[in-house]
Design a protein. Structure first.
Length: 544
């Protein structure tokens, strides 16, 4: 029977792959019919054309929208509670009809159990209806295979950068915050929560935002010992109050023995540039072996929280984690994974960044090339402006003589972002990358560094400014500029001196990010004495 079921599944998959799927080129062009809970809906909505399917109008909806796929998750309630009790345990006949209708129309059907492994048994019957099955717990895959679902794959949680990002919106309290629920039916989780609270409390103030605030159901109420810590409740849309209003965010992992299953709260806190304090779990050790506090006793917690007094070290730690999740854990990346599995190859390339520099000496040219070649960001090009001929080898390196603006304009065709480099400055490995990935969470026309390091009389000095905030001014030497409405005629002036960028770009929104991976040269020092020879000494403080 299992072999027959496998053969039928493969037959349906092959039949659905016969349909032309190459038409959509971008994620936003995909039409996805969905049965999901509100948090997942809001996490997916900015990236994909998602339409929630209703139990009473599903057929007309599917007929009208002609979706590229049906996506159903292990939803407890769905939007407005419409799907309460219709997916878990014994799936409702409506869900079966929807899946059958889609499969008859060669519409790929996808099921994601985000509740594994705890609620595997409650959703396994629903999972068997679908062609493609995903789980948040890699350890549960053999369990799916034992039921005849042989190609179940891992699909981890993630975050939506337009909702969870490092842009500061609140004055942060020197305190730790927990935003979530208390589950009396999960005693091991409650013990872990108590251990965390008991360890943090002597060292840091704590505030709790109760997801079930105001409920009269005793099973969903926090015990009396935590009542004094409760600050109220928060809706999903207001969650940034908890994530960005405190120096630390508390997380509790219900599942501790899975290398892949961890709360989406962890991703959201990291993306919000907030230090995470959590109980120990295999998933934390696997994905985030450093940068997250996992101490669970008073003394270890006190020692771990000392990092809050070392702002420079803390910033390096948080920026490294922020870069990791922005590169790897956005929900758009998870959606690309699903769509690739069902046969769609969509464009997911990062925006091209073109670097322009005008070195006056061979030493400056060498430093520009050194800075450029070590950049971790791949989708980049370099334009060297020079009055001399240079034989530079590289398909992404162009030499343009005599400030030939028409040729420069030609090189900027289809390019979204431009970076102007001062040839005597130091641009370290993640300089372009950190500016480019900021485009995933903001709509600024200029993204740069208001706070930065500079060499002065042989010392590395931090020029303090706003970080992760909207600002009125940024220097073009430590920014990327949107080419949309960029006045190229101003380029000669920009290459000569500091210019008010508002006269060059029409955008009024400037975002300043972190202070790392850039050092301004000492104007009094010779180039080799200023930066190049001491770079190895600077890197531990500025390259992270």
């Amino acid at each position: 029977m299992q072999l027959l079921k496998k053969w039928l599944n493969e037959l349906l998959k092959n039949r659905s792959s016969d349909k032309v799927r190459e038409t959509p080129k971008k994620l936003c062009e995909i039409r996805m019919a969905a049965v999901v809970d509100p948090i997942t809906f809001h996490s997916f909505e900015p990236d994909i054309n998602i339409e929630v399917i209703h139990p009473l109008s599903w057929k007309s909806q599917l007929t009208k929208m002609e979706p590229h796929l049906l996506f159903v998750e292990s939803a407890w309630f769905g939007i407005n509670g419409e799907w309460k009790g219709k997916i878990r345990d014994r799936p409702h006949a409506i869900l079966k009809r929807i899946v059958a209708f889609c499969r008859s129309r060669s519409i790929p059907t996808v099921f994601w159990n985000k509740e594994d492994p705890v609620h595997f048994d409650r959703f396994i019957e629903a999972a068997t209806l679908f062609e493609y099955v995903f789980t948040t717990d890699v350890n549960s895959i053999p369990r799916y295979q034992s039921t005849g679902i042989y190609d179940c794959q891992l699909l981890e949680f993630g975050f939506q950068p337009l909702l969870s990002n490092p842009i500061e919106t609140h004055k942060r309290k020197m305190a730790a915050c927990f935003a979530g629920s208390y589950y009396r039916e999960l005693p091991e989780r409650n013990i872990a929560f108590k251990n965390l609270i008991d360890a943090i409390k002597p060292n840091l103030d704590i505030e709790i935002y109760d997801r079930n605030f105001g409920t009269t159901n005793p099973e969903k109420q926090f015990p009396e010992e935590y009542r004094e810590l409760i600050a109220g409740g928060l809706s999903f849309r207001d969650i940034e109050t908890a994530y960005k209003g405190y120096e630390c965010g508390i997380n509790v992992n219900t599942v501790t023995d899975s290398p892949s299953m961890l709360s989406r709260r962890v991703y959201e806190l990291i993306a919000s540039n907030t230090l995470v304090i959590t109980n120990k779990a295999e998933s934390i050790e696997t994905k985030f072996p450093t940068g997250i506090i996992t101490a669970d006793n008073h003394d270890d917690m006190r020692d771990s929280l000392k990092v809050l007094r070392d702002r420079e070290s803390l910033n390096r730690q948080k920026i490294k984690l922020l870069r990791q999740v922005l590169k790897n854990d956005r929900f758009s990346i998870r959606l690309h994974q699903v769509l690739r599995r069902i046969g769609y190859c969509l464009d997911k390339s990062e925006p091209i960044v073109v670097v322009i520099a005008k070195p006056d000496t061979q030493e400056e040219l060498n430093l520009v090339l050194h800075n450029y070649n070590r950049q971790s960001y791949r989708n980049k090009k370099l334009i060297i402006l020079s009055d001399k001929k240079h034989n530079l080898i590289g398909k992404d390196v162009q030499v343009i003589q005599n400030l030939d603006l028409p040729r420069i304009r030609e090189q900027l065709t289809s390019v979204k972002w431009l970076a102007l480099w001062r040839p005597r400055d130091l641009y370290l490995a993640h300089y372009i990358e950190d500016l480019a990935i900021a485009t995933h969470y903001c709509s600024a026309g200029v993204i740069g560094k208001n706070s930065y390091y500079q060499m002065i009389d042989g010392d590395l000095v931090l020029r303090e400014g706003d970080t992760y905030k909207w600002v009125d001014k940024l220097s073009h030497w430590r920014s990327i500029l949107s080419t949309s409405n960029f006045n190229l005629e101003q380029l000669p002036k920009l290459l000569m001196s500091e210019v008010d960028l508002k006269s060059v770009v029409s955008f009024q929104k400037f975002l300043s990010i972190d202070e790392l991976n850039y050092v301004a040269h000492d104007p009094k020092a010779h180039l080799s004495k200023s930066l190049k020879d001491i770079e190895h000494l600077l890197a531990p403080r500025i390259e992270h």
